[in-house]
Design a binder for this molecule. Structure first.
Ligand SMILES: [Zn+2]
Length: 207
């Protein structure tokens, strides 16, 4: 596909998001997306200045947000980290899927941590992409990568465990999902999955 064709497709898809927002009673947000699209189109053809709507409903702004979060997540992960890629159940919405996954990951970690102390500080951070794949960085300093894979496979048999590399969460999504995400007005936060370490037991009194 040529770059020109891709650009035109982005406009078509953005217009579908704008239509979805309008039919959901969001004229102001739809207007901001329209201005952002017009601004990008002008820039593409060499004139105009950039207006950025800062909405996760918008293809251009969401791409920057997801990339920014992903760079932050990769920086946050320790040297001993793995990339887990999970496919999400297609029967529920993207935002509900994120909530379910957050809870399921915490349950799995906590259950193992009950008999394997090393799992108390295994932590996860990631984003669910528009292709319904969750990209999760797993930090596991005191646990071997193979053990992480085995534990996760018991709950998600099709999980892929890779070395962290160049893969990023997919920012493209259906107009319906984009409109739903934008209406939350919380950037791409509703797609983030974070499971922090369990609180460490206090082993020495302060006083
Ligand atoms: Zn925008």
């Amino acid at each position: 596909m040529t770059t020109q064709r891709k650009v035109e497709l982005s406009y078509t898809e953005q217009q579908a998001v704008i239509d979805a927002l309008l039919s959901n009673g969001e004229p102001n947000l739809a207007d901001r997306l329209d201005r952002c699209m017009t601004s990008h189109r002008s820039l593409h053809y060499g004139d105009g200045s950039l207006f950025s709507c800062q909405s996760s409903a918008c293809a251009w702004c969401r791409r920057a947000m997801i990339h920014g979060w992903w760079v932050g997540i990769c920086d946050w992960a320790t040297v001993t980290a793995s990339l887990a890629i999970l496919s999400i159940d297609a029967s529920i919405g993207l935002l509900d899927a994120t909530r379910h996954l957050r809870r399921a990951i915490r349950d799995v970690r906590d259950r193992v941590a009950r008999h394997r102390n090393e799992w108390r500080d295994v932590r996860f951070a990631g984003i669910i992409g528009g292709d319904r794949r969750a990209m999760l960085m797993v930090s596991h300093e005191r646990v071997d990568g193979c053990e992480v894979r085995d534990v996760m496979r018991r709950r998600w048999p099709s999980v892929l465990i890779n070395e962290p590399g160049r893969e990023e969460p997919v920012w493209e999504m259906s107009p319906e999902n984009a409109a739903e995400l934008g209406r939350c007005r919380r950037g791409v936060e509703p797609l983030r999955v974070g499971v922090m370490p369990q609180r460490q037991a206090i082993t020495s009194p302060i006083i």
